[in-house]
Design a protein around this ligand. Structure first.
Ligand SMILES: C[S@@+](CC[C@H](N)C(=O)[O-])C[C@H]1O[C@@H](n2cnc3c(N)ncnc32)[C@H](O)[C@@H]1O
Length: 296
């Protein structure tokens, strides 16, 4: 829609309703297309599609952290890094002085923007990621805090080793694994009794703006789906500039981007024995804190 019409539509109720239906329709068509593809694959007794998507998503992140590690909202962005510790405090709803000496796990750490924030707040941090590039960059980014940092290159879906962290911090990870519930269960298992969990999970769209945003990504995914990661990077850098290329690549290159409703997430966490489940930030994505019930 042209921007003028779009602005008008947001002010006039009937036009807003029509715009919502239009965006919902586009979104549903994209969802149905994906379901069709998965079904076709299962019906042909060839689950390679799902496996292929998991492989593609893993490789996409590794490419991203190897060849596109810089940009806005990343460790190379001084403005972002100046406020990232305050962001961690806001996300977790824990006071800044709570972190000193605590044992914190940063699951799916990427290049370590939140790892660094957690370290700067005084925590002992274990940062894990299945991308070797992510692990290497996190160790480099956080070199000044190396005596309080452990970095592990692992797949959280296969991580069975018991652990009992005071806080498990997991931003933007579980919805990219292809097995979201298993990922949440594994991450939640690393929280000690009475400890804290913070998850940022992609939310299922409910409002016009959500559908519009996701449809931009769906269109880009479809346009770029047959391109190599290097070609995607080149197109996105040319279209959005070097500073935003990472953010767009992150949004559209991984094939697996599961979207959950808040109530679905709440029910699942309750089932795992968490209480005090609430959102600390209001937007489409769920920034959820929860506390693991201590045994009585
Ligand atoms: C969107 S990035 C978020 C990175 C970081 N949390 C941040 O906010 O900057 C998702 C990260 O999760 C990692 N990841 C995805 N699936 C994973 C898995 N099964 N085990 C470990 N890490 C995984 C990816 O390699 C990637 O670095």
């Amino acid at each position: 829609m042209n921007p003028k019409l779009d602005r008008l539509a947001r002010r006039i109720p009937i036009l807003k309703e029509i715009a919502l239906l239009r965006e919902q329709n586009r979104f549903l068509l994209a969802e149905v297309r994906k379901l069709n593809e998965t079904l076709r694959s299962l019906l042909s007794q060839n689950p390679a599609l799902q496996w292929g998507d998991e492989r593609q998503t893993t490789d996409s992140f590794d490419f991203q952290w190897t060849h596109l590690p810089e940009g806005r909202w990343l460790t190379s962005d001084p403005e972002f890094m100046r406020q990232v510790a305050a962001q961690v405090v806001e996300f977790t709803a824990l006071p800044a002085d709570w972190f000193r000496g605590r044992r914190v796990l940063d699951v799916g750490c990427g290049t370590g923007r939140y790892t660094q924030a957690l370290l700067s707040l005084g925590a002992h941090v274990t940062a894990v990621d299945q991308s070797a590039s992510a692990c290497r960059r996190t160790a480099e980014t956080c070199a000044a805090f190396s005596e309080r940092l452990t970095v592990k290159d692992l797949d959280l879906l296969q991580w069975t080793e018991p652990a009992d962290f005071d806080l498990v911090f997991c931003f933007g990870v579980v919805h990219h694994t292809g097995r979201t519930y298993r990922a949440i269960r594994n991450v939640a298992a690393k929280v000690r009794p009475d400890g804290h969990l913070f998850l940022m999970v992609y939310g299922f769209p409910t409002e016009l703006g959500h559908f519009s945003e996701l449809n931009v990504y769906e269109d880009l995914r479809e346009e770029l789906r047959a391109r190599s990661a290097a070609e995607k990077k080149a197109v996105l850098a040319q279209r959005y500039g070097a500073e935003l290329a990472n953010a767009y690549f992150d949004a559209v290159s991984p094939k697996i981007n599961d979207l959950l409703s808040l109530e679905e997430l709440r029910e699942f966490l309750q089932g795992l024995g968490f209480t005090g489940i609430r959102c600390t930030v209001r937007n489409r994505n769920h920034h959820v804190v929860a506390r693991k019930t201590a045994p009585v």
